[in-house]
Design a protein. Structure first.
Length: 71
């Protein structure tokens, strides 16, 4: 049986991972832009940033909804 606190810790860990991944992508895209990267490469980073934002939003939305087990 998983304790509620352990589940919350895992949720925060997952949230941290998603945010860190998104921040990393944004920072690297900025560095690559300053370094003169081609538009195709920057577009690749932009697309991945959009996907990461979408995953983060889905995670937050699903975390905000009460689970069946807690009702």
């Amino acid at each position: 049986m998983i304790k509620k606190g352990a589940r919350m810790d895992h949720g925060f860990s997952q949230l941290d991972d998603l945010v860190l991944h998104l921040k990393g992508l944004v920072l690297v895209r900025g560095l690559r832009a300053k370094g003169g990267a081609e538009a195709d490469e920057l577009d690749m980073f932009s697309a991945e940033i959009d996907r990461a934002r979408h995953r983060l939003a889905e995670f937050v939305e699903s975390s905000a909804q009460p689970s069946v087990a807690t009702l």
